[in-house]
Ligand binder design. Structure first.
Ligand SMILES: Nc1ncnc2c1ncn2[C@@H]1O[C@H](COP(=O)(O)OP(=O)(O)OP(=O)(O)O)[C@@H](O)[C@H]1O
Length: 860
């Protein structure tokens, strides 16, 4: 439902909150609503018709009317020409548009008014809401006609009551009704009972439960609407009426007809008391219009006073004021519930359409518009407290019975609980706890020892790996650099490194042995403990929490050990990174000096310049940052050192893979899968020999002159294995012998090298076996048969010609290479010269243009 009031043009339209449907669920349910305002425009009476007065109310539709509409102007012609019709003396039309909840036009009957006013609120009345209907308007506007009507045309009071009885009939199945009516008038600020005429005025009282009451008022029970009609007729006869100029039957008092409905639900003892008030107000009047003098004037003054109070209350309520002056008049005191209290209210504003009542109509419409703004808070009148004592007693007894039942159940349950606690069983359970605790403690000791050894092994492995890496750096730096201090340094470092490696191996083996026995002990202890847990839990299920707690503690032990290990590893790595950073920091300046020196001599090959530029780019971009959200995929070594798995304490890790890229690491040693033997073992008969043949990729072959095993037959058969190494992607079918001129040199093949035949190797009898480090060097005889020479199928495109770089003066074909002093090159590590010409050949992937060009990293 939308309420709007447009006072001047549609722009002033005001939308109101919709009325919430009343709830059926209890007395605390509130709803807010506006006073429903219906305007009724009565027909013109005889006098008005006779006077032919203008109609100032134009009903547009059932919601809207226009007050003082624009008059149609009749065209005035002078000499056939329409003249402007400007009547400066005439008042301009107000043309006020009003929108109400409903507008009943002149043709509307009382039945129509009933349909739009009280019929709807009866439903609310039956739900428990107080309801109120009052008619307001100037004298002679048709209030009494609307409210009371006559025999032929009964008013809304009768129609409402008729409908009320009809409604009651439909509810009689489940409710009992008591209906009482009263009919009073407020005349000159006194209240009189119209159904029990008396000269004594009645007093108004305010009751908390029923609102405003008239003390000493008699309620008359009625059974039918017809009874009411007779009653109303009798009451109206008692009402103060005097003819005025405006109305021959002018009511000089406010008549209040009240219906009290008492509903008792048959299914429950719930009681509802509701009140329907129907108020026929005395007409607001102007003394001049009514022509009243003396007593009539006094009546009129009182009427106006009470209506003025009503107007004030409506204004205050519409403004949302906290203080409403209900006590200013008897009328407002009576209407207190209807206007601002717990009541659904309908206001019917009666107006005359004639211009004779211009001011009254205008005032009434303004009143009605104001009243439309009043927001009511309505509450159901439900009395829950009418329960019979017998019912209370019954309910009370039932509750007591229930309490006793519950108490009995509770005591039974506690007895049962007490019984369940068996001291003997509890004692056994306690004994289990102790036994398990002792066993768990003993197991924890074994486990901690095992974990500690495992951690030591990992730390040791890391240290060894780092030491090896440092040594590789030295080797790499010293390689081919013939200078006394370097030779000295490397010669001293090798035995130290070997001793360290030996020590590591020794410690590692010792640890492994200890770990094997510790692990056996741990596994046995674990097994015993598990058996104990299972037995304890099956005998005493209550121990499950205890056992689970111990298992959690065991898991925590492992987590803690892992945590400690990783912390140790991290701190070692941190130190290593620091020292490695210091080492690396010096490289760029050295590299720069070298580069500039070469440049000064104009000997910088383009490949070196490119490589130098590449390094600069790398330094600039520093792309090696790994973000925390990137998943780190550690290699096998990383997984080995960082893992602590009690189920697999002995992890075999092939630590023969160097961590750094050195000259010797540029190659994939195809036979390098076996672990390096300790120095002691290697001093005896060489059991395992390293291959001198290395393949970097399918374009490069390396014959390593510094390898300690030079069994070419074996190496070449190993080379065939490359075929089965998918990651090397090498396809070697045949090969030929290697040209001795190419020994210790690097070849770069434009395409895949093709091998034509098997290499035939023969030991050379006259070549002396070297001592010390050279013990690990074998000798091969290279046949000079050109059929077996290594054949470079295609020339290197970069240089246009395949010409191996020679570090030393080119030896004669097949002849011995002159010894050259220096670590890793022509001088053995023990200082003796090497017979290099027949021993090994190193082939690198590098451009032959310059010896400083390093092979590109190609691990995949
Ligand atoms: N809708 C209507 N149709 C026909 N006649 C009407 C209508 N309304 C009012 N009348 C007639 O107009 C006259 C005045 O009406 P009524 O007595 O109801 O006015 P009132 O507002 O009650 O005046 P007052 O305040 O002076 O009592 C009556 O004769 C009534 O029959």
């Amino acid at each position: 439902m939308v309420h709007r009031v447009v006072e001047k043009g549609p722009g002033l339209a005001r939308q109101k909150a919709p009325v919430t449907a009343p709830s059926r669920s209890g007395s605390t349910q509130n709803m807010s609503a506006n006073i429903k305002v219906v305007v009724r425009v009565r027909p013109l009476n005889k006098k008005e018709k006779d006077l032919n007065n203008r109609v100032v109310v134009d009903v547009v539709d059932d919601k809207m009317l226009v007050f003082d509409p624009k008059e149609e102007t009749r065209p005035f012609f002078y000499q056939g020409v329409q003249q402007p019709n400007k009547n400066f003396l005439k008042r301009a039309n107000k043309e006020l548009k009003f929108v109400f909840d409903h507008v009943c036009g002149q043709e509307a009957t009382n039945q129509d008014v009933f349909e739009t006013t009280t019929k709807d609120i009866l439903a609310s009345l039956m739900e428990g809401y107080n309801c109120s209907v009052f008619v307001y308007g100037a004298t002679g506007a048709g209030k009494t006609f609307t409210m009371i009507g006559n025999q032929e045309n009964p008013g809304i009071t009768y129609l409402t009551m008729e409908h009320l009885f009809y409604t009651i009939d439909s509810f009689e199945k489940d409710r009992e009704f008591d209906i009482g009516v009263s009919y009073i008038e407020v005349y000159n600020e006194n209240v009189y009972d119209l159904l029990k005429p008396s000269t004594t005025a009645l007093q108004l009282r305010e009751d908390a439960k029923y609102g405003v009451m008239v003390a000493g008022l008699t309620l008359h029970k009625i059974k039918t609407a017809r009874e009411l009609l007779n009653m109303l007729e009798d009451g109206n006869k008692n009402r103060t009426q005097h003819p005025t100029d405006a109305n021959a039957e002018s009511s000089r008092s406010h008549a209040v007809f009240q219906v009290y409905v008492k509903m008792r639900y048959k299914t429950s003892s719930q009681l509802r008391m509701v009140k329907l008030s129907m108020i026929d107000l005395a007409g607001s009047e102007r003394a001049s219009a009514t022509g009243c003098k003396g007593d009539r004037f006094k009546e009129g003054a009182n009427i106006n006073k009470s209506l003025l109070s009503l107007g004030n209350c409506i204004n205050k309520l519409a403004d949302g004021s906290n203080y409403i002056p209900y006590r200013d008049s008897k009328l407002t005191r009576l209407l207190k519930d209807s206007l601002g209290g717990n009541c659904k209210t309908v206001m019917i504003a009666n107006v005359s359409p004639s211009s004779l009542s211009y001011e009254d109509t205008y005032n009434t419409l303004k009143y009605a518009a104001r009243a439309n703004k009043i927001q009511l808070s309505i509450k159901k009148n439900i009395v829950d407290g009418d329960m019979r004592l017998s019912q209370y007693v019954k309910i009370n007894e039932e509750l007591k019975k229930k309490i006793k039942e519950l108490e009995a159940k509770l005591s039974l349950s506690s007895v049962k609980n007490v019984k369940e606690i068996d001291p003997a069983k509890e004692k056994l359970s306690q004994q289990w706890r102790q036994r398990i605790s002792v066993a768990e403690n003993a197991h924890a000791v074994v486990e901690n020892r095992l974990l500690s050894m495992m951690s030591r092994q990992r730390v040791l492995a890391l240290r060894q790996q780092l030491r090896k890496r440092a040594f590789q750096h030295v080797v790499d730096l010293a390689h081919r650099c013939s200078s006394e201090p370097l030779d000295q340094m490397c010669t001293e470092d090798i035995p130290r490194q070997e001793r360290a490696a030996e020590s590591y191996m020794k410690q590692s083996i010792q640890l492994e042995t200890k770990m094997v026995s510790a692990w056996a002990e741990w596994a046995e202890s674990r097994k015993r403990l598990d058996i104990m847990y299972n037995q304890a839990v099956s005998d005493h299920p209550e121990l499950i929490d205890f056992v689970q707690n111990l298992q959690t503690q065991a898991k925590l032990r492992l987590v803690e050990a892992r945590d400690n290990l990783r912390y140790k590893l991290l701190s070692i790595e941190h130190q290593e990174i620091k020292s490695f950073t210091d080492y690396v920091m010096d490289m760029p300046s050295m590299l720069k000096k070298l580069y500039l020196t070469l440049k000064g001599y104009d000997r910088v090959p383009s490949s070196l310049a490119e490589e130098y530029l590449e390094i600069m780019k790398k330094a600039k971009s520093a792309k090696n940052i790994v973000w925390s959200d990137e998943e780190f995929q550690g290699d096998d070594y990383f997984k080995f050192v960082t893992s602590l798995d009690l189920d697999k304490p002995i992890v075999k890790f092939e630590d023969d893979v160097s961590l750094v890229q050195t000259d010797s690491d540029d190659f994939c040693d195809i036979e390098n899968h076996e672990p390096r033997l300790s120095a002691k073992k290697r001093k005896g008969t060489p059991v395992k020999k390293e291959t001198p043949v290395k393949l970097l990729n399918n374009e490069t072959i390396v014959i390593n002159d510094s390898c300690e095993s030079l069994d070419v037959t074996r190496n070449l058969s190993s080379a065939k294995k490359v075929k089965r190494e998918p990651h090397l992607n090498v396809d070697i079918e045949n090969y030929k012998t290697i040209d001795p001129n190419c020994l210790n040199s690097t070849f770069v093949m434009a395409n895949k090298m093709e091998w034509k035949d098997n290499v035939k190797t023969e030991p050379k009898a006259n070549v002396p076996v070297k001592k010390g480090l050279s013990d690990r060097t074998n000798f091969i005889n290279q046949t000079n048969n050109p059929q077996y020479r290594a054949k470079i199928v295609k020339p290197v495109p970069v240089v246009g010609k395949v010409a191996p770089f020679r570090r030393n003066p080119v030896p004669t074909v097949g002849g011995p290479r002159p010894p050259v002093a220096g670590f890793g090159s022509s001088v053995a590590r023990d200082g003796t010269s090497l017979q290099r010409n027949n021993q090994a050949v190193r082939t690198r992937e590098r451009f032959q243009t310059h010896p400083y060009s390093r092979p590109a990293l190609n691990r995949k």
